[in-house]
Design a protein around this ligand. Structure first.
Ligand SMILES: Nc1ncnc2c1ncn2[C@@H]1O[C@H](COP(=O)(O)OP(=O)(O)OP(=O)(O)O)[C@@H](O)[C@H]1O
Ligand SMILES: O=P(O)(O)OC[C@H]1O[C@](O)(CO)[C@@H](O)[C@@H]1O
Ligand SMILES: [Mg+2]
Length: 323
């Protein structure tokens, strides 16, 4: 006896690599356990448009390796209103759908939480490159985004080293510095500017001068978008250390595309299957994640109201190793 018979899956907010692997896992596990599974196109917007269709085993074939989301994603203002939420729940009830798996970021989680209040069972999966969701070690897409940034910095190092320049790399992460931190440590960046840690650009410039004096041939500064524009940082460097000719690279949406890493595919597969099994057991209104690698389901309310801890240990390590 399962607590749900018909479930649906949607992707919402900014897309992330591995969302397709998560959709595949939800669909295949659901079918494996004898449920009917539906896809909702374009997130909550598609729900309100009743853009809902049945999914079978083959509908998720050949997508595990693809970035983006075959269900497409959207941001939907109407769904933030109670009227919109009531309408969405009614559309699901009309179709006999009793459970929904929402793959997205913190905003999408809040939407799921509201849907639960309208009587629909929900499970959330962390689909965002930002790694800004609490109660999970990692979000789906983060590992791929970090790899993309590291790969870009490898290339920048070559040319910056030839010209003894400083490179300022602006990365995504909205209000969260995790992409900057993990990519910075992995690429040996000299400075990592994140919203979680206060900094002084004059001190950054002084440190850069010292390092150049000690034989550094170039300098990499990573700027998380949450602290501002790379251009602003470049202006201060240009004034304080004009010899190092700062050059700015804004990586932008490149960080959100491309084939997901094995890590992201495996995380997505585990979480998608876990979400379905939770719904079958009658559990609802939870965010799925891993803590110390183990699968966990935490109240959505708690997740959206808890700011993710910033890993100061890693930050200090990156500083120590980049002198
Ligand atoms: N408080 C809320 N109540 C109901 N629905 C919400 C709420 N906040 C957000 N949503 C819905 O979730 C959608 C996605 O939210 P948002 O734009 O914040 O992205 P996200 O899911 O946080 O992803 P990311 O930050 O990775 O882009 C919104 O467009 C809206 O439809
Ligand atoms: O794709 P959009 O709407 O420009 O949003 C960009 C934002 O989405 C994210 O990619 C994911 O939240 C952020 O890192 C970035 O600030
Ligand atoms: Mg968000």
């Amino acid at each position: 006896m399962t607590a749900v018979k018909k479930i649906a899956v949607l992707t919402s907010g900014g897309d992330s690599q591995g969302m397709n692997a998560a959709v595949r896992a939800v669909v295949r596990s659901g079918l494996y356990f004898g449920l009917e599974v539906f896809g909702i196109q374009r997130g909550y917007q598609g729900l309100l448009n009743d853009d809902i269709f049945p999914m079978d085993l083959r509908s998720v074939g050949d997508i595990i390796q693809r970035g983006g989301t075959v269900l497409q994603s959207a941001r939907c203002l109407e769904f933030t209103t109670e009227e919109g939420q009531k309408k969405g729940a009614q559309i699901l009830r009309n179709r006999g759908i009793d459970g929904v798996v929402v793959i997205g970021g913190d905003g999408s989680y809040q939407g799921a939480n509201k849907l639960t209040k309208q009587g629909i069972k929900t499970m959330c999966l962390p689909g965002t490159i930002d790694n800004d969701i609490s109660f999970t070690d990692y979000t789906i897409g983060f590992d791929t985004a970090v790899s993309i940034v590291v790969d870009a910095i490898n290339k920048l190092r070559d040319t910056m080293s030839s010209h003894e320049r400083s490179s300022i790399v602006e990365v995504m992460g909205r209000h969260c510095g995790d992409i900057a931190l993990h990519a910075g440590l992995a690429s040996g960046a000299e400075t990592i500017l994140v919203p979680e840690v206060e900094f002084d650009l004059n001190e950054v410039s002084d440190r850069m001068k010292q390092n150049f004096k000690h034989g550094k041939r170039h300098s990499i500064i990573i700027v998380a978008e949450g602290v501002g524009k790379g251009e602003t940082v470049a202006q201060v460097i240009q004034e304080n250390c004009p010899d190092y000719e700062p050059r700015v690279t804004v990586l932008g949406h490149i960080q959100r595309g491309g084939t997901p890493t094995a890590f992201d595919r495996n995380l997505a597969s585990r979480l998608g299957d876990f979400a379905v099994r939770q719904l079958i057991e009658g559990i609802s209104d939870k965010a799925c994640g891993t803590i110390d690698g183990k699968l966990v389901a935490t109240d959505i309310d708690k997740v959206v109201n808890t700011k993710k801890d910033f890993n100061m240990e890693l930050y200090e390590l990156a500083l120590r190793l980049s002198q």
